[in-house]
Design a protein around this ligand. Structure first.
Ligand code: GLN
Length: 196
């Protein structure tokens, strides 16, 4: 495959940091917010931010259904934090009207590790990333309450699931895009290359 083109869903959240991390991991990265733009990418990152806002804007920009369709067709996707929530088939505690794209057979709990001022960093051993553990930045982070049989658990913190993969979908409760360590993005770019 030539260099993969990876979109970053640019409705809300830390889009810029993902664009930088993807470029560092040898992908062509570009922001995506319109349905037409979805057709031009090999894979997508859904950033951290606020999942209730991303949900609302996805409907408003008309990308909710087209994106679900591409995910069902197997487009590789990586979600961090709010992005992980957006990939869950079910939210335990959704805001009223809050929808997800789905794609990973899991139930997530929003703000599970506490409020903004209880945000923290912790070393996380992540399956698929060799060497030192990654620095997990958890900001009002969700955890994964339970997973279906097709889901592989890649990492836990304090007994809670914080990273998963199902087929071409990868998700972490934490934010590798904020650390300058691009190994998790490199793992995703490898997934995208393998898929091609
Ligand atoms: N708590 C946020 C939500 O529910 C996620 C926070 C984040 O992405 N850092 O969407």
């Amino acid at each position: 495959m030539t260099t993969p083109v990876i979109g970053v869903l640019a409705l809300q959240g830390d889009v810029r940091e993902h664009l930088i991390a993807l470029a560092a991991a040898d992908a062509v990265a570009r922001p995506v917010r319109r349905p037409e733009e979805l057709a031009e990418i090999d894979a997508l990152v859904i950033p951290g931010g606020e999942s209730t806002t991303i949900s609302k804007l996805a409907v408003l920009f008309g990308v909710m259904e087209p994106l679900r369709e591409r995910l069902r067709a197997g487009m590789p996707v990586y979600g961090t934090c709010a992005g992980l929530i957006m990939l869950a088939d079910k939210i335990l505690d959704p805001r009223s009207g809050q929808e997800t794209f789905g794609g990973i057979d899991m139930i997530v709990r929003r703000n599970a590790f506490g409020r903004q001022n209880e945000s923290f960093e912790a070393a996380v051993a992540l399956k698929g990333v060799d060497g030192d553990p990654v620095e997990g930045v958890f900001i009002r982070a969700p955890w994964v309450e339970s997973v279906g049989a097709e889901v592989e658990v890649l990492a836990e913190h304090d007994g809670h699931i914080v990273a998963v993969r199902q087929g071409n979908a990868l998700a972490t409760s934490f934010h590798p895009e904020l650390t300058g360590d691009h190994r998790v993005h490199a793992l995703f770019v490898d997934m995208v290359r393998d898929n091609a």
